[in-house]
Design a protein around this ligand. Structure first.
Ligand code: ZN
Length: 447
């Protein structure tokens, strides 16, 4: 652990967070981007070959904003199929998978190949992605996360409780006298963790929204006795209804981290607004609906050298904030992370009969509107005009009445959007396994 490097990343991030001028921030981005691009061309045979066509007319290999937009897009499939030539550490895919899987089976969270941490992204067995992070990148990551998240700077002594689906070296880097980092394995029974939390008394609590909701219920029942200074939601979409519940119990605004294997992409500021981490990544917007501010992020990370991420199109929908954040940061403010593009519903327009996208947020709102008594739910589009609603109601609630309320709430939504009605089928709610992402709104069918 190189404290100097971590400290440097911390200071750099704090400085970037203080930038108030968008022009200055973009100048900084371009400078870092250019340097990184030269490195990638030199060290990654895959990118060198891939960019050759686009770079034909360039008189020099110097990147500009305009030129960046002409480079080919990247996705998970391409990244995985060219893994060996893409990474700059000479690590082969088969070996990386073998090491990562073995580590996962034994729940030994130190899988490394020559000092490079190997991780697996969550997903089904067939489409899991691999990620590589060097020791240096890990330290920089830790410095940046601390800069964005420590509520009291480095002066306060913090004790962090971190709930994760799978641990890796990436996350256990931080353990110093002034900072304790306790990891909670989501594969274990949640109730057992309550005891441990009571002993640890964390000042910072980091967990997926479903776990935070569970913990706030435990607090309500008097079984959990902790009073963290900061509560942070990670990994899944934070539903507004869950947010209210958690805030009500912990008496603190819920902060968020938007982080995936493709990078540390956004974090909330002191005002609770999500800002893109434009000090370490550049994010282009592929508009889905400009009017409502919805876009798909295309990520270029200008810090990751081991597994360079250039123009990587994420499968997420972000919503731009409609007004600047009072904190004054020049980094783009985000209203929310809405869900995955794959989970947008497609329903037929009443007039033209063409399929129209229906955003996950509309579906979530229709569910809230149906009533407070719905504790958990999942809405799945199963076919062109079929929707399955699984839900769990509060004890003592009339389920039939709730079903009628959900039907009428969806009927209203369809009318408002001007789409053909879809048939609704009800089912009992099943909690997803702990190692799976919680997707409240999901689409199992393609138009
Ligand atoms: Zn802000």
């Amino acid at each position: 652990m190189n404290l100097f490097r971590m400290g440097l990343a911390y200071i750099q991030a704090r400085r970037a967070m203080a930038i108030r001028s968008r022009r200055k921030l973009e100048e900084r981005q371009l400078r870092l981007l250019r340097r990184h691009f030269r490195f990638v061309l030199e060290h990654s045979p895959f990118y060198r070959r891939r960019f050759r066509e686009a770079m034909k007319g360039w008189e020099s290999p110097e990147l500009t904003w305009e030129r960046l937009g002409t480079l080919p897009l990247m996705d998970k499939e391409t990244m995985m199929s060219h893994f060996d030539e893409l990474n700059t550490a000479g690590i082969r895919k088969e070996e990386a998978f073998r090491v990562a899987w073995r580590a996962e089976e034994t729940r030994d969270f130190t899988p490394q190949i020559g000092g490079v941490t190997v991780g697996l992204s969550s997903g089904t067995t067939h489409n899991r992605g691999l990620f590589l992070v060097s020791k240096e990148e890990r330290e920089r990551w830790a410095g940046n996360v601390l800069a964005k998240l420590l509520p009291r700077g480095v002066t306060g002594r913090e004790s962090v409780a971190f709930f994760l689906r799978a641990n890796s070296n990436l996350y256990t880097t931080v353990s110093q006298r002034w900072l304790t980092f306790a990891y909670y394995d989501l594969m274990e029974d949640l109730s057992a963790h309550v005891e441990r939390l009571n002993r640890q008394k964390p000042t910072i609590l980091v967990a997926p929204p479903a776990v935070l909701t569970f913990l706030s219920e435990e607090k309500e029942r008097g079984r959990l006795d902790i009073a963290p200074v900061k509560v942070i939601s990670v990994a899944d979409v934070l539903d507004d209804r869950d947010r209210q519940k958690i805030e009500g119990q912990f008496g603190k605004p819920v902060h968020q981290i938007y982080q995936c294997t493709e990078g540390f992409l956004a974090a909330t500021c002191s005002h609770g607004t999500l800002h893109l981490n434009e000090d370490i990544v550049h994010i282009e917007r592929e508009w889905i609906d400009r009017e409502s501010g919805r876009f798909v992020p295309i990520v270029t990370d200008f810090c990751r050298k081991t597994q360079p991420i250039i123009r990587y199109r994420l499968n997420d929908i972000l919503v731009l904030a409609d007004k600047p954040c009072p904190c004054g940061s020049a980094m783009t403010a985000i209203e929310r992370v809405e869900g995955r593009c794959d989970d947008m519903f497609y329903l037929k327009d009443e007039g033209s009969g063409r399929y129209r996208p229906v955003f996950p947020d509309f579906i979530r709102r229709a569910m809230w509107q149906a009533g407070d008594e719905i504790r958990h739910y999942q809405v799945v589009q199963e076919g062109p005009d079929r929707i399955a609603v699984a839900f769990e109601e509060r004890r003592g609630t009339d389920r039939k009445r709730l079903e009628a309320a959900i039907r009428s709430s969806f009927a209203q939504l369809f009318r408002r959007l001007g789409v053909e009605e879809a048939a609704i089928r009800f089912a009992p709610y099943r909690h997803p396994p702990a190692d799976r992402k919680l997707r409240r709104v999901k689409r199992d069918w393609s138009p």
